[in-house]
Write a new protein. Structure first.
Length: 251
């Protein structure tokens, strides 16, 4: 973990003294030891949360499979409904019993397809409900890791915890921003963490696994997409007014 004096996330809290020797150095060392001493515990808790998220994703994947199966059966039932209509027309026209068997078989098939579609739909709903429950559990755990208000303003004290992979991705984006916009002040890691968390929070309130279509469709993707919009805005690019209102306070 990097320690960047006075910058918030990953560094000293506002008001602390940055020193490289004497008592200041001792304070830095004690702070580093205290944080490193909890790294393993934090890692274990994140792993638990990630397992919950993985279960939610698995429920969603399985639910989608059942939804697709339900749709296939509904399509098959609709096809047989057309046959039923055709055979009924023949029956009424000729009234000789010639199409009674075909009519009966098509009716039976349609009934079976509708029944299967209903069963698959119920299974899909059950899995989506489980996914929402797991999502809620994961969200509650994330809120404990990142207390309410830590992403509220640029100067709000307190560290925002995200995975090492996501933190590295944010660092890479900062480096890329500096190369692309050498005359612009690059956002700090702490600022991008706040934007990232806001995006993750928006996912929590807006996304539902039963809603199909639209990208991005995962918490991480929503968070990174918001970071990308923020970086575009920070670089002077055109963004929607809604984005500017949402994260303009962090510029």
């Amino acid at each position: 973990m990097e320690f960047d004096c006075g910058t918030g996330a990953g560094g000293f809290k506002e008001g602390n003294t940055c020193a490289t020797g004497g008592d200041g150095g001792d304070r830095e060392e004690r702070r580093r030891d205290r944080i490193e001493g909890t790294d393993e515990e934090v890692k274990v808790e994140r792993q638990k949360t990630n397992r919950i998220i993985s279960r939610a994703k698995k429920f969603i994947e399985d639910g989608k499979k059942y939804s697709e199966a339900a749709k296939r059966n509904m399509d098959a039932a609709a096809t047989n409904e057309k046959l039923i209509s055709k055979y009924k027309e023949y029956k009424d026209k000729f009234n000789d019993g010639k199409f009674d068997k075909e009519y009966s078989e098509a009716t039976k098939r349609a009934t079976e397809y509708y029944k299967a579609a209903s069963e698959y739909s119920q299974k899909a709903k059950g899995l989506f409900d489980k996914a929402l429950k797991e999502e809620g559990r994961a969200r509650a755990r994330r809120e404990k890791e990142n207390p309410e208000g830590t992403a509220a303003t640029r100067n709000k004290a307190g560290d925002i915890e995200i995975s090492e992979a996501n933190e590295q991705a944010l660092k890479d984006k900062i480096a890329e921003f500096k190369k692309s916009h050498p005359k612009k002040n690059a956002p700090s890691l702490g600022t991008l963490k706040k934007v990232f968390r806001r995006g993750a929070g928006a996912f929590s309130t807006s996304f539902r696994p039963t809603i199909s279509g639209g990208q991005p469709n995962s918490r991480n993707a929503w968070a990174m997409a918001r970071v990308n919009k923020f970086l575009k805005m920070a670089g002077g690019g055109e963004v929607k007014e809604s984005y500017r209102k949402a994260d303009g306070d962090l510029l």
